[in-house]
Every structure is written in structure tokens, then in C-alpha cells.
Design a protein around this ligand. Structure first.
Ligand code: SER
Length: 315
């Protein structure tokens, strides 16, 4: 990876990934793009262009002018937003992906796009969900993710585009907030714990979902993209998870650091039904075997770091 173009660079993952890629590969080698601009380090720390991923022509010309050899396509709607706007989600998630894959094909770029635990559904085995298993999701987001995995594999087999992907769990970070995901409660809880000493969870007790701390997610993207291709049996996409917990377990962890922290519940039926359709915990062994995936943070070490970083950020 030397000349990288990233879409959705100001989103939840992109805001941190852009900075990390610039640190590793050099600021000028990473073109950040997003539909909006802001004053963040990701927008201001190197080349930046406004790009609506629905505009395939502009995407191709930006990649060409940048002499991109790698496309990292992050722009997409998350699960709850997609469920609220299914037609828009299909158009944006699939249209943007198709434009990005076409750009990668035309300009012979390596390609990354994330999939998700949302690519699984109620008929998928729920515990230690295998790498290769039933994928019949019941959400628009999941339908997009499965179609996206198949499309990216298609571009690999049909056009030899070096496509690679990860099925991310809920990602937790203190930098950019997620927007419209089902796993967002596991980020909000830290902010509310520090600001108000309490949190009302829209996810019911006893609901387990996979999660990962952002530094591990960024390392996973970079390590997968750097992995030698002959080692990869799978491509789109690898199961990766660092931990699986329920709302009461993250609450108990936070209580160890914030005395008097209180958790209550006001369940949102839509996000709860999305969560119920996803695995309790996925098996990341293919990622470990094929390119050495390893997560550094568990619930305890992540909570310590999140609370310290957020206390500093929120003053
Ligand atoms: N964090 C995502 C969501 O909740 C899962 O991929 O939508």
C-alpha cells in the first residue's frame, strides 16, 4: 500500500484509519475523501477531496489523479440507519461499492471494504459462528453486506482485483462517534458514564454481540492488506472479533472504575430485533491462521483505556 484513496474518511473508522495510514505510508500518499468536510485531523492532515461515492466518474478521476494503487472503501450506512431508509441504503451501500470496485478494476488497485457481523442472520449458528456458514440476514444492512462480500469476491475471481475484507463486530472508540449502528450502545455508555454517571441501554440485558476496540480494528485492516496473497484462502470477508459481552457485563466493568454508575433499560424494538438476529460470538480462527489476526484489547483493558482517554477529551 503506497498511494491510497479512502472513501468515508471522516466516518467512525475512517477518521482514525486515515491518520494511521498517513503515519505509516506518508501524509501525501493518502487521499482522504468524504461527502462533507470538517476540521478534523483526517480532513486537514493531508490531501482531502469532497466525494459522494454515488458519483463514479468523480471517484475514478480522483483515484487517477492521485495515482492510487489502493482503494479503501469505508463510506456506507450502518444497520439502524439502513433499516430506517432501506431503499437509500441499498442505493448508497451497493452503488458506492460498485463504483469503488469499478475504480479499483480500471486502475488496478488493491481493494478493501468492511463487511460486518450483520452479514449473518437468525438461521446462522449463534455461538462461535464459523467463517463459512449460513448467511441469510434479515436486515437491509445485512443484505448489503452479503451482496458486497459476493461482489468483492466476484471482482477477485473475474477481474483479478486484489479484494480483501473483514467482518467487523461493533467497534468502540473515543474519537469519532458511530452513527446509526446497533452496537453503538457500547460506545455511548462510556460517554454517559463519564458525563452523567448513568446510562439507559436500548439493548436488552442478556444480548451478546461481538465487539472490538478501534486500535485492533485499524491493525487488522493494515495487517490484512499487507498479508501475502498466497496465504489467503478467504478474501471477502474474514470473521474478526476481540470480545463478546452483554449490556450488564459492560456495565459491571464500568462500575469497577466509576463508583455509583447506574444502568437502566429502555429497549428499542428495532435495534433489539437487529441484535437478536446477529451472532452471540463469531469464530476468528480463519483470520488467525491465514494472516495472523490478533486483538490486543479485551473488555477490561479497553474499558480502562476508553475511560482514561474520554476523561481527557471531555475535560
Ligand atoms: N456496528 C455495526 C452496526 O451496528 C455493525 O457492523 O451497524
Amino acid at each position: 500500500m503506497k498511494r491510497i484513496m479512502i472513501t468515508g474518511a471522516l466516518g467512525q473508522i475512517g477518521s482514525e484509519l486515515t491518520i494511521k495510514l498517513r503515519d505509516i505510508y506518508g501524509a501525501d500518499n493518502v487521499l482522504a475523501t468524504d461527502i462533507r468536510e470538517n476540521d478534523s485531523d483526517a480532513a486537514k492532515g493531508g490531501p482531502f477531496s469532497i466525494l459522494d461515492v454515488m458519483d463514479g466518474k468523480k471517484m475514478a478521476s480522483l483515484a487517477e489523479n492521485h495515482k492510487a494503487d489502493t482503494i479503501i472503501h469505508m463510506a456506507a450506512l450502518l444497520s439502524a440507519t439502513a433499516e430506517a431508509n432501506p431503499v437509500f441504503a441499498w442505493n448508497l451501500n451497493m452503488g458506492g461499492l460498485m463504483n469503488a470496485l469499478e475504480t479499483a478494476r480500471e486502475q488496478k488497485c488493491q481493494f478493501f471494504t468492511p463487511s460486518s457481523i450483520g452479514a449473518f442472520g437468525p438461521s446462522t449458528p449463534k455461538d462461535l459462528t464459523p467463517q463459512d456458514t449460513v448467511q441469510r440476514p434479515t436486515t437491509m444492512y445485512g443484505v448489503n453486506k452479503v451482496a458486497g462480500e459476493l461482489l468483492a469476491d466476484y471482482y477477485y475471481h473475474r477481474f483479478a482485483v486484489d479484494t480483501r475484507g473483514l467482518r467487523f463486530p461493533g467497534l468502540i472508540s473515543y474519537v469519532a462517534p458511530p452513527g446509526g449502528g446497533t452496537t453503538d450502545y457500547a460506545v455511548e455508555i462510556y460517554y454517559e458514564a463519564i458525563k452523567n454517571g448513568r446510562y439507559t441501554s436500548y439493548i436488552e440485558q442478556g444480548t451478546y454481540m461481538d465487539m472490538m476496540y478501534m486500535p485492533d480494528a485499524l491493525d487488522a485492516i493494515i495487517n490484512l492488506m499487507e498479508a501475502s496473497p498466497e496465504k489467503l484462502i478467504h478474501r471477502n470477508s474474514f470473521n474478526v472479533s476481540a470480545m463478546s459481552f452483554s449490556p450488564e457485563e459492560i456495565s459491571a466493568e464500568i462500575k469497577k472504575h466509576i463508583t455509583g454508575f447506574e444502568m437502566s433499560y429502555d429497549v428499542d424494538p428495532i435495534r433489539q430485533s437487529i441484535a437478536d438476529s446477529w451472532p452471540n460470538s463469531i469464530d476468528s480462527s480463519a483470520a488467525k491462521e491465514e494472516w495472523g489476526f490478533k486483538a490486543k484489547y479485551d473488555l477490561s483493558s479497553m474499558s480502562i483505556d476508553m475511560l482514561n482517554k474520554l476523561k481527557a477529551k471531555l475535560g
